[in-house]
Design a binder for this molecule. Structure first.
Ligand SMILES: Nc1ncnc2c1ncn2[C@@H]1O[C@H](COP(=O)(O)OP(=O)(O)O)[C@@H](O)[C@H]1O
Ligand SMILES: [Mg+2]
Length: 249
Protein backbone atom coordinates (compact mmCIF):
# COMPACT_ATOMS: atom_id res chain seq x y z
CA UNK A 1 0.00 0.00 0.00
CA UNK A 2 1.35 3.44 -0.95
CA UNK A 3 2.35 5.77 1.88
CA UNK A 4 4.06 8.48 -0.24
CA UNK A 5 3.28 9.26 -3.86
CA UNK A 6 4.72 12.04 -5.98
CA UNK A 7 3.42 12.80 -9.46
CA UNK A 8 5.28 14.95 -11.98
CA UNK A 9 6.99 16.89 -9.21
CA UNK A 10 9.06 19.90 -10.28
CA UNK A 11 10.99 22.26 -8.02
CA UNK A 12 13.08 25.29 -8.85
CA UNK A 13 14.86 27.51 -6.32
CA UNK A 14 14.33 31.29 -6.51
CA UNK A 15 17.78 31.72 -8.09
CA UNK A 16 16.59 29.63 -11.06
CA UNK A 17 18.29 26.33 -10.10
CA UNK A 18 16.04 23.42 -11.13
CA UNK A 19 16.42 20.86 -8.36
CA UNK A 20 13.62 18.40 -9.19
CA UNK A 21 12.37 17.61 -12.64
CA UNK A 22 9.30 15.45 -13.35
CA UNK A 23 9.74 13.13 -10.36
CA UNK A 24 7.00 10.49 -10.10
CA UNK A 25 7.63 7.94 -7.36
CA UNK A 26 5.53 5.73 -5.10
CA UNK A 27 6.82 4.43 -1.77
CA UNK A 28 4.99 1.51 -0.18
CA UNK A 29 4.48 0.98 3.52
CA UNK A 30 7.30 -1.00 5.12
CA UNK A 31 9.69 -0.56 2.18
CA UNK A 32 13.39 0.19 2.79
CA UNK A 33 14.60 2.47 0.00
CA UNK A 34 17.97 4.06 -0.64
CA UNK A 35 18.08 7.17 -2.82
CA UNK A 36 21.56 7.63 -4.25
CA UNK A 37 23.01 10.43 -6.32
CA UNK A 38 26.02 12.69 -6.62
CA UNK A 39 26.11 15.99 -4.71
CA UNK A 40 23.46 18.35 -6.02
CA UNK A 41 21.34 15.64 -7.67
CA UNK A 42 18.23 16.68 -5.71
CA UNK A 43 18.06 14.09 -2.89
CA UNK A 44 17.63 16.53 0.00
CA UNK A 45 15.18 18.68 -1.95
CA UNK A 46 13.07 15.59 -2.63
CA UNK A 47 12.94 14.52 1.04
CA UNK A 48 11.94 18.05 2.05
CA UNK A 49 8.81 17.68 -0.08
CA UNK A 50 7.72 14.56 1.82
CA UNK A 51 7.12 16.33 5.12
CA UNK A 52 6.11 19.73 3.87
CA UNK A 53 9.35 21.63 4.40
CA UNK A 54 9.01 22.45 0.70
CA UNK A 55 5.89 22.46 -1.45
CA UNK A 56 5.65 21.43 -5.10
CA UNK A 57 5.70 24.25 -7.61
CA UNK A 58 4.04 21.87 -9.98
CA UNK A 59 2.97 18.28 -9.55
CA UNK A 60 1.70 16.70 -6.35
CA UNK A 61 2.98 14.96 -3.21
CA UNK A 62 0.53 12.77 -1.31
CA UNK A 63 1.22 11.25 2.11
CA UNK A 64 -1.33 8.65 3.19
CA UNK A 65 -3.47 9.83 0.29
CA UNK A 66 -3.59 13.48 1.47
CA UNK A 67 -1.88 16.36 -0.33
CA UNK A 68 1.11 17.63 1.69
CA UNK A 69 0.41 21.15 0.46
CA UNK A 70 -3.15 21.04 1.82
CA UNK A 71 -2.28 19.41 5.15
CA UNK A 72 1.44 19.68 5.99
CA UNK A 73 0.82 18.83 9.66
CA UNK A 74 -0.71 15.49 8.71
CA UNK A 75 2.38 14.76 6.61
CA UNK A 76 4.69 15.69 9.50
CA UNK A 77 2.89 13.31 11.83
CA UNK A 78 3.47 10.45 9.40
CA UNK A 79 6.91 11.30 8.03
CA UNK A 80 9.86 12.07 10.30
CA UNK A 81 13.15 13.42 9.00
CA UNK A 82 16.64 13.11 10.45
CA UNK A 83 18.63 15.95 8.91
CA UNK A 84 22.15 15.55 7.59
CA UNK A 85 23.41 18.11 10.08
CA UNK A 86 22.31 16.65 13.45
CA UNK A 87 23.52 19.84 15.17
CA UNK A 88 20.89 21.92 13.34
CA UNK A 89 18.15 19.64 14.69
CA UNK A 90 19.01 20.24 18.38
CA UNK A 91 16.35 22.34 20.08
CA UNK A 92 16.39 21.36 23.76
CA UNK A 93 18.84 22.24 26.54
CA UNK A 94 18.88 18.63 27.69
CA UNK A 95 18.59 15.30 25.93
CA UNK A 96 15.20 14.83 27.63
CA UNK A 97 13.85 18.24 26.50
CA UNK A 98 15.18 17.73 23.02
CA UNK A 99 13.46 14.36 22.63
CA UNK A 100 10.24 15.61 24.24
CA UNK A 101 9.95 18.60 21.90
CA UNK A 102 8.16 16.71 19.11
CA UNK A 103 5.58 14.94 21.33
CA UNK A 104 4.98 18.22 23.20
CA UNK A 105 4.15 19.86 19.89
CA UNK A 106 1.71 17.06 19.22
CA UNK A 107 0.04 18.25 22.49
CA UNK A 108 0.20 14.83 24.12
CA UNK A 109 -0.34 14.35 27.87
CA UNK A 110 2.79 14.36 30.07
CA UNK A 111 2.71 10.62 30.98
CA UNK A 112 2.47 9.75 27.28
CA UNK A 113 5.34 12.16 26.49
CA UNK A 114 7.50 10.63 29.24
CA UNK A 115 6.84 7.13 28.05
CA UNK A 116 7.61 8.02 24.42
CA UNK A 117 10.85 9.79 25.40
CA UNK A 118 11.96 6.82 27.51
CA UNK A 119 11.20 4.36 24.72
CA UNK A 120 12.90 6.50 22.03
CA UNK A 121 16.06 6.92 24.13
CA UNK A 122 16.12 3.17 24.80
CA UNK A 123 15.75 2.49 21.07
CA UNK A 124 18.86 4.53 20.27
CA UNK A 125 20.89 3.43 23.33
CA UNK A 126 20.86 6.86 24.99
CA UNK A 127 19.19 5.85 28.27
CA UNK A 128 20.98 7.64 31.13
CA UNK A 129 21.77 10.69 28.95
CA UNK A 130 18.49 12.51 29.84
CA UNK A 131 20.09 15.42 31.73
CA UNK A 132 23.11 15.88 29.45
CA UNK A 133 23.44 18.90 27.18
CA UNK A 134 22.95 17.82 23.55
CA UNK A 135 25.73 20.15 22.43
CA UNK A 136 28.30 18.17 24.43
CA UNK A 137 27.45 14.84 22.81
CA UNK A 138 29.73 13.19 20.26
CA UNK A 139 28.79 13.24 16.57
CA UNK A 140 27.36 9.72 16.71
CA UNK A 141 25.41 10.46 19.90
CA UNK A 142 23.97 13.64 18.33
CA UNK A 143 22.74 11.68 15.34
CA UNK A 144 21.20 9.03 17.63
CA UNK A 145 19.52 11.85 19.58
CA UNK A 146 18.12 13.24 16.32
CA UNK A 147 16.74 9.77 15.55
CA UNK A 148 15.22 9.58 19.06
CA UNK A 149 13.50 12.95 18.54
CA UNK A 150 11.91 11.64 15.37
CA UNK A 151 10.97 8.27 16.93
CA UNK A 152 9.23 10.00 19.84
CA UNK A 153 6.76 11.42 17.32
CA UNK A 154 6.02 7.83 16.21
CA UNK A 155 6.01 8.50 12.46
CA UNK A 156 5.30 5.65 10.06
CA UNK A 157 8.04 6.82 7.70
CA UNK A 158 11.57 7.53 8.80
CA UNK A 159 13.67 9.57 6.37
CA UNK A 160 17.37 10.06 6.96
CA UNK A 161 19.49 12.40 4.91
CA UNK A 162 23.08 11.10 4.59
CA UNK A 163 22.88 9.42 8.03
CA UNK A 164 26.46 8.10 7.98
CA UNK A 165 28.29 11.28 7.06
CA UNK A 166 30.92 12.32 9.61
CA UNK A 167 30.47 9.21 11.76
CA UNK A 168 33.35 7.01 12.88
CA UNK A 169 33.23 3.23 12.53
CA UNK A 170 31.51 2.33 15.85
CA UNK A 171 28.95 5.15 15.50
CA UNK A 172 28.20 4.07 11.92
CA UNK A 173 27.64 0.48 13.10
CA UNK A 174 25.28 1.64 15.88
CA UNK A 175 23.21 3.90 13.62
CA UNK A 176 23.11 1.23 10.90
CA UNK A 177 21.89 -1.48 13.26
CA UNK A 178 19.23 0.87 14.64
CA UNK A 179 17.99 1.66 11.14
CA UNK A 180 17.74 -2.06 10.35
CA UNK A 181 15.86 -2.66 13.64
CA UNK A 182 13.38 0.13 12.86
CA UNK A 183 12.70 -1.35 9.44
CA UNK A 184 12.17 -4.78 10.99
CA UNK A 185 9.71 -3.17 13.42
CA UNK A 186 7.57 -2.11 10.45
CA UNK A 187 8.73 1.42 9.64
CA UNK A 188 9.04 2.63 6.09
CA UNK A 189 12.67 3.74 5.74
CA UNK A 190 14.06 6.17 3.15
CA UNK A 191 17.76 6.95 3.24
CA UNK A 192 19.69 9.25 0.95
CA UNK A 193 23.40 8.81 0.35
CA UNK A 194 26.17 9.47 -2.14
CA UNK A 195 28.01 6.45 -0.66
CA UNK A 196 26.23 3.09 -0.96
CA UNK A 197 28.86 0.99 0.80
CA UNK A 198 27.35 0.84 4.28
CA UNK A 199 23.65 0.62 3.75
CA UNK A 200 22.78 -0.91 0.40
CA UNK A 201 22.84 -4.56 1.56
CA UNK A 202 19.81 -3.80 3.77
CA UNK A 203 17.71 -1.97 1.17
CA UNK A 204 14.94 -3.50 -0.94
CA UNK A 205 14.96 -0.73 -3.51
CA UNK A 206 17.55 1.61 -5.00
CA UNK A 207 16.64 4.88 -6.69
CA UNK A 208 19.30 6.87 -8.53
CA UNK A 209 18.98 10.60 -9.10
CA UNK A 210 20.93 12.78 -11.47
CA UNK A 211 20.42 16.51 -11.99
CA UNK A 212 16.94 16.42 -10.43
CA UNK A 213 15.74 13.43 -12.44
CA UNK A 214 15.09 9.86 -11.32
CA UNK A 215 17.33 7.95 -13.72
CA UNK A 216 17.08 4.44 -12.23
CA UNK A 217 14.69 2.69 -9.85
CA UNK A 218 14.56 -0.99 -8.96
CA UNK A 219 16.17 -3.87 -7.13
CA UNK A 220 19.60 -2.92 -5.70
CA UNK A 221 21.37 -5.88 -7.39
CA UNK A 222 20.16 -4.69 -10.79
CA UNK A 223 20.33 -0.91 -10.37
CA UNK A 224 23.88 -1.02 -8.98
CA UNK A 225 25.32 -2.33 -12.26
CA UNK A 226 27.16 0.55 -13.93
CA UNK A 227 26.21 2.99 -11.19
CA UNK A 228 29.56 4.84 -11.47
CA UNK A 229 28.22 6.58 -14.61
CA UNK A 230 26.03 8.62 -12.26
CA UNK A 231 28.94 9.71 -10.09
CA UNK A 232 28.29 7.09 -7.39
CA UNK A 233 31.08 4.85 -6.15
CA UNK A 234 30.08 1.17 -6.30
CA UNK A 235 30.59 -0.78 -3.03
CA UNK A 236 33.94 -2.64 -2.81
CA UNK A 237 32.27 -6.06 -3.02
CA UNK A 238 30.56 -5.02 -6.26
CA UNK A 239 33.86 -3.72 -7.67
CA UNK A 240 35.37 -7.12 -6.83
CA UNK A 241 32.60 -8.88 -8.75
CA UNK A 242 31.05 -10.41 -5.59
CA UNK A 243 27.75 -8.53 -5.78
CA UNK A 244 26.21 -6.67 -2.86
CA UNK A 245 27.52 -7.92 0.52
CA UNK A 246 26.76 -6.61 4.03
CA UNK A 247 29.24 -3.96 5.15
CA UNK A 248 29.36 -5.48 8.67
CA UNK A 249 28.32 -8.91 9.84
N1 LIG B 1 18.51 27.00 -1.03
C1 LIG B 1 18.92 26.77 -2.28
N2 LIG B 1 18.96 27.77 -3.21
C2 LIG B 1 19.33 27.53 -4.49
N3 LIG B 1 19.73 26.32 -4.94
C3 LIG B 1 19.73 25.30 -4.08
C4 LIG B 1 19.32 25.46 -2.70
N4 LIG B 1 19.44 24.25 -2.07
C5 LIG B 1 19.87 23.39 -3.02
N5 LIG B 1 20.05 24.01 -4.20
C6 LIG B 1 20.49 23.41 -5.48
O1 LIG B 1 19.52 22.43 -5.86
C7 LIG B 1 20.15 21.30 -6.42
C8 LIG B 1 19.79 20.07 -5.61
O2 LIG B 1 20.33 20.20 -4.30
P1 LIG B 1 20.14 19.11 -3.16
O3 LIG B 1 18.71 18.68 -3.14
O4 LIG B 1 20.69 19.68 -1.91
O5 LIG B 1 21.03 17.90 -3.71
P2 LIG B 1 21.68 16.67 -2.93
O6 LIG B 1 20.98 16.53 -1.61
O7 LIG B 1 21.46 15.52 -3.85
O8 LIG B 1 23.13 16.98 -2.77
C9 LIG B 1 21.65 21.61 -6.45
O9 LIG B 1 21.95 22.13 -7.71
C10 LIG B 1 21.79 22.66 -5.37
O10 LIG B 1 22.89 23.49 -5.62
MG1 LIG C 1 21.76 16.50 0.29
Amino acid sequence: MAIIKTSNLFHRFPDGTTSLSDVSLTFNRGEFTVIAGANGSGKTTLLRHFNGLLFPQSGTVLVGGTSVKEDPMAARRQVGMVFQDAESQIIGDTVYDDTAFGPENLRLQRPEINSRVAQALTDVNLTGFEDRSPHNLSGGEKRRLAIAGVLAMAPQVLMMDEPFSNLDYPATCTVLSQVVKLHEAGHTVIITTHDLEKVIAHAQRLIVMEKGHVVKDGLPDEVIVGIEQFGIRPPCSVQLGKGIQPWVN
